[in-house]
Design a protein around this ligand. Structure first.
Ligand code: ADP
Ligand code: MG
Length: 777
């Protein structure tokens, strides 16, 4: 069934050539017990390895069941070893970290036998070699003879056609040797057994045929066989190790070296720990910075006003001023002040408003408007109608209130949201103390301070009779109704063409054209809010302001005022700006006096500014819109600095990550060296070189995952002392928070890096010559 034709195998080491096999031609029967005798170094092991496909011949041919192996590929050899060959070695070559059952199962695992079947066959094989009572032991709990029995059981488990035994009794005492020989003899009844021995007595006693071997040549054959030409009857089933098997194998191996594995995982987790802590800290600080920036921007939003100061022009003017020489001559020169020269009118148009509304809501979701529109407000107090205002000023002057809002320091109209799907501005930043959040445009809210106080004038101007320190129930405030009277009802034209407010307020209160306003709720800024924009007192939506403008835009007083430069109420002469402002307070201007844009942080602010600059591109000087970015003059450093620090720290931490990667590489390398025997055994059992790589990849995988997880765990634990330290130092709470997504990414990165580090030695392991691996001690 097996024929060697003039097989030659020479080993070259430097100048010397060893002819391990020097033209061996021999044929074997399907069942016989062949003993190969010969002195040490005569090439017996080489011959067995050749027959077993562990080593390849230089020339000649080996024919198995009528098939030439000349064109065999490495995987064919792997499959051949797994299917047809059982190896038994002098030194047993059991895998120490596996139980004896697992040792016997290994070859079947490679050929894909299912779990239960594998266990069953392994038990059968072990019972057959007489180890019924030792099934659950480890190799190091057995005697030499018992270990050799396990090795025989392992060789038998896959039911091979050929059993190759390399000095199987070489390490055993005489009595045990006899037992093992009996066992092998019994097996030769059903298989071809080729046994190498240097014990002629044993050979003569048990073998059917003795081949004497020396210097790589057959010297004598006691029972030669002539192989008849046969058709190709050769069949192979490919072997394959699943990653799961590899993982299992490596896990078992790692388990036997718990201490070392833990130390390595810990050492290589230091990189992960440092990156984790750096990220947690920088994330936390970034959050704090973002919060401060949001707060700053809430105070100093990007403001676009109809009356703006062109700071650039102003500073250019100032430069010129300083260069001037001392005065000469006898005349005085009239001069417009620098500030006045820098004054600029922004032409805010509907198109521009829409342009601003198109700002990416991710950058700034809130836009506030200041309108100068005055409100003609009436309220019934104890049955008597009174004029009231929404101002907190001590004298009732709604225009002044609107102007104070335009400075940006607190506003009475809450901003408009660009993205309606996002959480409502009021709900997000203000807590409802009583009533409800506004729903209609005519719903007002009363904003109070964090200690529930409110400027007394805000209440007095609403018609409440109250003294300093006096309390007033929420219930009394919520539901308060106020009538807003349109200009045409509110102002009466005199025959002179002048307009005066109608004094018959009780008749005005019931006019059908009035807007009915109502205080819907009392609210207070949330303690964690970064955008508490509203000043205390009455606040309303911009929608209400627009409704009032709609109501009054075409009123008689507005039309009359538009036609003349003289104030229609006081007859005072007005310049263009004053007239514009006055018209606006009458509701005659549909454009807001100013807009406030509230970006989330400085970075977003820069993006918004860029967007605003885009509008000005290619426009004439008068059509350009100048914005005011007060926050930009405050500070611009923090964000970028934090990024830079983070990069540097992460770079340092990454170095330690690389170090751990190299460490894992070294560890895998030592593991490869340690497990050389195991590699040889795996290969003898039919593992492909790919499978060997897989075993070591699996080992680094386990190390990578565990060092990643360990690193994350330690980093997470470290955030507690770090946070308490930071709290003591800076009063900042919970700065370091490890982001779970970042943690997961770190574990993945650690795993990939360690696998990369371990893959090179793993590939080295795979490249190891199986025959050499088995010769290793
Ligand atoms: P035996 O098993 O009969 O003692 P071997 O088959 O192990 O002999 O070795 C035959 C010869 O081949 C020896 O001289 C040995 O030194 C040489 N040899 C075996 N393997 C190698 C190798 N990988 N490189 C160089 N020489 C080798
Ligand atoms: Mg040998």
């Amino acid at each position: 069934m097996l024929e060697l034709k003039d097989i030659k195998k020479y080993y070259r080491v430097g100048e010397t050539v060893t002819k391990a096999l020097d033209g061996v031609s021999v044929a074997f029967r399907k069942q016989e017990f062949v003993a190969i005798l010969g002195p040490s170094g005569s090439g017996k092991t080489t011959l067995l390895n050749m027959i077993g496909g562990l080593d390849q011949y230089d020339s000649g041919d080996m024919v198995i069941n009528g098939k030439s192996t000349k064109s065999f590929k490495p995987t064919d050899w792997d499959a051949y070893r797994n299917n047809s060959i059982g190896f038994v070695f002098q030194s047993y070559n059991l895998i120490g970290h596996l139980g004896i059952l697992e040792n016997v199962e290994l070859g079947m695992t490679l050929s894909g036998v299912s779990g239960a079947e594998k266990r069953h066959r392994a038990e059968d094989a072990l019972i057959r070699v007489g180890l019924k009572d030792h099934l659950h032991k480890k190799p190091n709990q057995l005697s030499g003879g018992q270990m050799q029995r396990v090795a025989i059981a392992r060789a038998l488990a896959n039911d091979p056609d050929i059993l190759l035994c390399d000095e199987p009794t070489g390490a055993l005492d005489t009595e045990t040797s006899v037992q093992i020989m009996e066992l092998i003899r019994e097996l030769s009844g059903e298989k071809l057994v080729i046994m190498v021995t240097h014990n002629p007595e044993l050979a003569k006693q048990y073998a059917d045929r003795i081949i004497e071997f020396s210097d790589g040549k057959i010297r004598h054959d006691s029972n030669p066989h002539q192989e008849r030409p046969k058709p190709d009857q050769f069949q192979l089933k490919r072997t394959k190790m699943s990653f799961w098997t590899a993982l299992n194998l490596s896990f078992n191996n790692i388990r036997t070296k718990k201490g070392r594995t833990f130390l390595t995982a810990f050492a290589s987790s230091i990189g992960i720990i440092s990156i984790g802590v750096v990220l947690a800290l920088s994330g936390g600080f970034q959050k704090q910075i973002d919060q401060t920036q949001t707060k700053t921007l809430a105070k100093y939003p990007i403001t676009i006003s109809q009356q703006a100061t062109d700071l650039q022009a102003a500073s250019a003017e100032q430069q010129k001023e300083t260069k001037q020489l001392s005065g000469k001559g006898t005349a005085v020169t009239a001069k417009i002040s620098m500030q006045q020269k820098a004054m600029k009118t922004n032409k805010i148009t509907t198109k521009y408003l829409n342009y601003v509304k198109d700002i990416d809501p991710a950058l700034s979701n809130n836009i506030g408007y200041t309108r100068l529109v005055g409100m003609n407000l009436l309220r019934k107090v104890d049955g008597k109608v009174e004029t009231v205002t929404f101002s907190s000023a001590s004298s009732s002057n709604s225009g002044a209130a609107a102007m104070s809002a335009s400075t940006g320091l607190g506003s009475s109209s809450f901003p408009e949201q660009l993205d309606q799907t996002k959480e409502n501005f009021l709900k997000k930043n203000y807590r409802l103390l009583s009533g409800s959040y506004p729903t209609a445009a005519t719903d007002l809210v009363l904003v109070v301070n964090s200690d529930n106080t409110i400027n007394i004038n805000a209440l007095k101007n609403l018609g409440f009779d109250i003294n300093d320190g006096e309390k007033i129930d929420f219930d009394q405030l919520v539901g308060t109704e106020i009538q807003l009277v349109g200009n045409d009802d509110y102002y009466t034209a005199l025959p002179t063409g002048n307009y005066i407010p109608n004094t018959d307020v009780s008749s005005l209160y019931d006019k059908s054209g009035n807007l009915k306003l109502k205080i819907a709720g009392v609210i207070r800024a949330r303690s964690n809010s970064n955008m508490d924009l509203l000043s205390t007192g009455v606040a309303y939506s911009d929608k209400l302001a627009r409704q009032i403008i709609d109501l009054n835009q075409d009123s008689a007083i507005v039309k009359a005022q538009k036609a003349t430069d003289v104030n229609v109420m006081t007859n005072q002469k007005m310049d263009a700006t004053t007239k514009q402002t006055f018209l606006a307070t009458l509701g005659g201007s549909s454009m807001p006096y100013s807009l406030m844009i509230y970006p989330n942080n400085f970075k977003d602010k820069d993006a918004v500014l860029k967007y605003l600059d885009k509008w000005n591109k290619g426009k004439s000087k008068t059509n350009k819109i100048t914005y005011l970015d007060l926050a930009g003059t405050v500070t611009n450093l923090t964000g970028g600095l934090m990024d830079a620090i983070t990069y540097v720290l992460v770079a340092f931490a990454a170095i330690s990550l690389i170090t751990s990667m190299i460490m894992i590489g070294i560890l895998t390398y030592t593991s490869v060296l340690e497990r050389t025997k195991e590699i040889g055994v795996l290969r003898a059992l039919g593992a492909r070189s790919k499978d060997v790589t897989r075993v070591f990849d699996a080992e680094t995988f386990i190390l990578g995952v565990s060092s990643g997880l360990l690193g994350i765990l330690i980093a997470e634990l470290l955030t507690f002392p770090i946070n308490s330290l930071l709290y003591n130092l800076t009063d900042l709470k919970n700065v370091a928070i490890l982001d779970p997504v970042q943690a997961l990414i770190l574990v993945v990165v650690s795993t990939i890096l360690t696998m990369l580090g371990g893959h090179i030695p793993a590939r080295m392991a795979a490249k190891k010559d199986a025959a050499i691996a088995l010769r290793a001690e």
